[in-house]
Design a protein around this ligand. Structure first.
Ligand code: G3P
Length: 214
């Protein structure tokens, strides 16, 4: 499973890039606003930190506006994936981007039927928001399993990107189900490395080694 970082914070992205296991970056208007920096500059700096898909989100309500924005983003860098919401207008825009060979990420996806529509339109990435489904009392991982089955049944080329990841268990569940990608906040990525028994084990090995060295 590929791991993306879900962040627009350049310090976090730099640290995560140094680990050597991050394959891409997702941003959204909320994450960009949190940083208080220029959108284009932020996206371009991110492209220089990670050599993989970088999602930049459109804000127009209609397909024509999304296509105009997306064409501009795509011209900034080859790795940019134009993010559009899963609405009628968004799906129309994805169809156009597909014809233009512009890579896309369909976001705010909450049902397997939305995955089917995005895949039919030729989306490069499709992003179900698992954490928000769980917040709403739904079984987020069941939705991921069904979506993966739909993609496999019909041989769609779209890749499922599990988003709105809140904890390490969600990363495990996504990987067990065979999700193509999970985008994960920095704090949760850091936690993926950790296990208390690893720390205890290191302490014990070092203590024993001191005895040998003495
Ligand atoms: O890419 C954004 C998505 O992951 C949203 O996460 O935590 O705001 O539901 P969250």
């Amino acid at each position: 499973m590929e791991l993306f970082i879900d962040s627009a914070n350049l310090d976090e992205i730099k640290i995560a890039a140094s680990w050597g296991i991050i394959d891409g970056v997702t941003t959204n208007p909320s994450l960009i606003a949190k940083e208080g920096r220029d959108f284009k500059k932020t996206i371009l700096e991110i492209t220089s930190l990670i050599d993989g898909p970088i999602s930049a989100e459109t804000i127009s309500p209609d397909a024509a506006g999304m296509v105009k924005e997306g064409k501009e983003f795509a011209a900034w860098h080859k790795n940019i994936h134009v993010k559009v919401p899963c609405t009628v207008e968004g799906i129309k825009a994805v169809r156009e981007f597909t014809q233009l060979q512009i890579k896309t990420n369909v976001t705010l996806v909450f049902s397997p039927n939305q995955v089917l529509l995005a895949a039919k339109a030729g989306a490069t990435l499709i992003s179900p928001f698992v954490g928000r489904l769980v917040d709403a009392g739904e079984d987020g991982m069941q939705m991921i399993g069904e979506s993966l089955q739909i993609i496999e049944n019909y041989g769609f080329e779209s890749r499922l990107l599990v988003a709105s990841v809140r904890d390490t268990r969600m990363v495990t569940d996504a990987a067990v189900l065979g999700a193509h990608i999970a985008t994960v906040p920095f704090k949760v990525l850091e936690q993926l490395f950790k296990h208390p028994l690893t720390d205890v084990g290191i302490e014990r090995f070092l203590a024993d080694w001191k005895k040998v060295a003495a």
